[in-house]
Design a protein around this ligand. Structure first.
Ligand code: FES
Length: 158
């Protein structure tokens, strides 16, 4: 299936983001976040451009890009599945829901399914602790989940 973020990377846009932050202390992380927002992820050619623009080595830039779990060096899936791992969800059985999701999707956290449909992320509180355990898929939140209902929810997106 077609992937949202494939295709040529707009390096002019990357240069423009770098130029806005260049010379500021701690510019690298905000630059990477903005580039990811603009491009969808952080492809190799964008990382090279950021390194060049900020006068850093590619390994420095790559190190930061791969350290933070919310930065992606590969294209993300069509839907991001965000799993709450905070305590209120945990005590309401989030672990079984998480184990089911990992098994159903066949990927680990930070990975994308081979069909490009789902990327799995862990997050802290989704702000709906009253319906714990909760999961967010795309921009929709699902609460009071069980291993059975989370499988049914996933089917809606397949
Ligand atoms: S702790 Fe999970 S939604 Fe708040």
């Amino acid at each position: 299936m077609a992937r949202e973020h494939e295709g040529a990377v707009d390096l002019g846009r990357v240069d423009e983001i770098v130029a806005r932050h260049k010379g500021r202390e701690g510019a690298l992380l905000p630059v990477l976040r903005e580039v990811q927002d603009a491009v969808g992820y952080l492809p190799q050619e964008a990382l090279e451009r950021v390194a060049l623009g900020l006068g850093l080595s590619l390994s420095q830039v790559y190190g930061v890009a791969t350290f933070y779990s919310l930065l992606y060096t590969k294209p993300k899936g069509k839907y991001t599945v965000r799993v709450c791992e905070s305590a209120p969800c945990h005590v309401q059985g989030a672990q079984e829901v998480i184990d089911t999701l990992v098994r159903e999707l066949g990927i680990s956290f930070g990975e994308t399914t081979p069909d490009g449909l789902f990327t799995l992320e862990k997050v802290s509180c989704l702000g709906v602790c009253g319906v714990a355990p909760a999961v967010m898929i795309g921009d929709r939140v699902y609460g009071n989940l069980t291993p059975e209902t989370v499988v049914a929810v996933l089917q809606e997106y397949r």
